[in-house]
Design a protein around this ligand. Structure first.
Ligand SMILES: NC(=O)C1=CN([C@@H]2O[C@H](COP(=O)(O)OP(=O)(O)OC[C@H]3O[C@@H](n4cnc5c(N)ncnc54)[C@H](OP(=O)(O)O)[C@@H]3O)[C@@H](O)[C@H]2O)[C@@H](O)CC1
Ligand SMILES: Nc1ncnc2c1ncn2[C@@H]1O[C@H](COP(=O)(O)OP(=O)(O)O)[C@@H](O)[C@H]1O
Ligand SMILES: [K+]
Length: 512
């Protein structure tokens, strides 16, 4: 499933209208009907008061259609047009005239004072937000500004038409104010902004409605658009497990990390790998961490790396026989120390072409060793959170967050790496290839150790013969879904990294 921005959606609408020959007014009729279907499917109480707040663009036009049809279904619905009637044009005007020709009632801001509108909003059970759609730009201006404030303070259930008014379709930015929707019925495809910046906090539950823009054609003409990771994508891309397999079939991976301050981090990675199907996992940790590590994960194999002060001695990596491993994960709990980058130097010189996953403090050292990544024959995967990405690029976290898709794409292209840019909605970027956006994620993951679990899952799927892209897509989705499911059972507050690991089988078992 693709996600698009303002221009992508406008181009598809235009294509449908001009090339396919379906008039814009028909698309608008379909859009309004989709809103009606959403109401019909959930609200059967005809006495519930529905207030439709409409703007003067095409989003408002969808609102006129929806109000007309809800009236026909016998609902207690009221239309309020916010801008002046004279400003209507195009398809929105067409449908406004249809509405008026039917003799249906409406009010406008011009015919009512602010208190009256406030009381209509307060009395509504359902508010349909058809004020501004994907055409939203800049800072919210009046008359919408004060209306949005009133709606957000009301107790009504808010259903947004296409996108909550005030949310930017391309960037997910809310400048000052936007409708906080309980549900968004979006047309053709989800908007990029649903999964960027403020977007996830404003859209509520969302669903896609088919308005006869031919999506198959959309797919052909939009190959460069980001894709949303769906359950179906993950099911298709999960490594298969032949029943006549043995432990060698599912690969041997190694996790290198840990220090005296960060004992658990590499253990979480190895545990996650072990609980998601890897054949064998070796933990290479400082020798002083061995006893506690082995007591927590006796199933792993161990390499005791010599300590230097409170961290791994980089030279000790020279003794690892890297050819034994199908993939390498490095970084969890490594800590930051002088000349720590030597670890990457040794790693890249000793590995042939196996996939290397660099996480956590491994990324801290990477900035000075990016040339090694480019020269390396095999795939390199980096898993930065926004702070780590900012450090790699020597910019601010705000610059990363306001530009997540572009930053990930540019970095992947420039350095030839797979980038998993973590966040509330994580992004997977394949060098010179696809972009995937994860629609799942939970604040239960905002806890030390969550990222280590994710690294272990990526390692695990690569060892089970997934391509780096497949492994990243599956791991990112399962990690977030496991947290969502566990948070439902354990509360938002109590999901530990071990609980996420325990949640993985629940999600895997439900995969269809
Ligand atoms: N294309 C099609 O065929 C179909 C499109 N469809 C629907 O159309 C929607 C896109 O329609 P669109 O392009 O007309 O823009 P739309 O979202 O109504 O916004 C424009 C209005 O918003 C206003 N406005 C903007 N920024 C503002 C601000 N900061 N503060 C205040 N006001 C602001 C702007 O005001 P103006 O700048 O003119 O003063 C103008 O009035 C799309 O989301 C979907 O719902 C469906 O019917 C299917 C067929
Ligand atoms: N509020 C949140 N919503 C969704 N995902 C989150 C949230 N907070 C953290 N995460 C996820 O949890 C993981 C945290 O990784 P990271 O910051 O590297 O943690 P650590 O290194 O401590 O394990 C990432 O996958 C990130 O996407
Ligand atoms: K809207």
């Amino acid at each position: 499933m693709y996600i698009g921005g303002r221009q992508d959606l406008a181009a598809l609408d235009q294509f449908t209208i001009e090339q396919v020959g379906l008039p814009g007014a028909v698309l608008m009729e379909n859009a309004g009907s989709a809103i009606v279907s959403a109401v019909l499917s959930s609200y059967h109480d005809l006495d519930a008061r529905i207030l439709v707040l409409a703007g003067n663009g095409n989003n408002g036009g969808d609102g006129f259609v929806a109000t007309r049809k809800l009236c026909d279904h016998g609902y207690n619905v009221e239309l309020c047009l916010l801008p002046k009637e004279e400003t209507l044009k195009g398809d929105a005007l067409t449908h406004f005239l249809v509405y008026k020709n039917r003799g249906l009632p409406y009010s406008t801001m011009a015919t009512m004072d602010k208190d009256k509108l406030q009381s209509k909003i307060n009395c509504a059970t359902i508010i349909i937000d058809a004020m501004i759609g994907s055409g939203m730009q800049g800072i919210i201006k009046d008359p919408f500004r004060s209306v949005i404030e009133m709606v957000n303070e009301s107790t009504a259930y808010v259903l947004a038409v296409d996108i909550p008014s005030g949310l930017e379709a391309d960037t997910g930015l809310v400048t000052e104010l936007a409708i906080k929707a309980d549900r968004t019925v979006t047309f053709v495809m989800p908007k990029k902004g649903f999964f960027l910046q403020d977007g996830p906090m404003y859209i509520g539950e969302w669903e896609i409605a088919d308005i006869s823009v031919p999506y198959q054609l959309a797919e052909k003409s939009t190959q460069s658009l980001p894709r949303l990771i769906t359950n179906g994508d993950v099911y298709a891309q999960l490594p298969k497990r032949p029943s006549n397999s043995h432990k060698g079939t599912f690969g041997h991976g190694i996790v290198i990390g840990g220090s005296s301050s960060y004992v658990e981090a590499p253990i979480y990675s190895a545990k996650a790998a072990f609980h998601s199907g890897i054949g064998l996992v070796t933990l290479a940790v400082p020798e002083e961490n061995y006893t506690i590590s082995a007591s927590q994960l006796p199933e792993a194999l161990y390499i005791k790396l010599s300590n230097k002060e409170d961290h791994i001695s980089p030279a000790s990596l020279s003794d690892i026989s890297f050819s034994t491993y199908k993939a390498i994960a490095i970084g969890p709990g490594l800590s930051r120390f002088k000349h720590g980058g030597k670890i990457l130097e040794i790693l890249f010189s000793k590995c042939q072409d196996q996939p290397i996953i660099i996480d956590a403090d491994g990324l801290f050292y990477l900035k000075d060793y990016l040339h090694l990544v480019k020269e390396y024959k095999g795939p390199v995967i980096i898993t930065p959170h926004p702070g780590e990405m900012a450090a790699l690029l020597e910019c601010s976290v705000e610059e990363i967050e306001s530009n997540r898709l572009e930053v990930a794409k540019q970095f992947a292209k420039e350095h030839g790496v797979y980038v998993l840019l973590k966040g509330h909605r994580s992004i997977v970027e394949v060098p010179d290839g696809n972009t995937w956006v994860n629609p799942h994620g939970h604040d239960a993951l905002a806890r030390g150790g969550s990222g280590d679990v994710l690294t272990g899952l990526i390692l695990s799927f690569i060892c089970q013969h997934a391509s780096p892209e497949q492994a990243l897509v599956c791991a990112t989705f399962l990690h977030a879904r496991a947290a969502e499911v566990k948070a439902k059972k354990l509360s938002h507050y109590s999901v530990t990294p071990n609980a996420i690991i325990e949640g993985i089988p629940e999600i895997l078992n439900d995969m269809r």
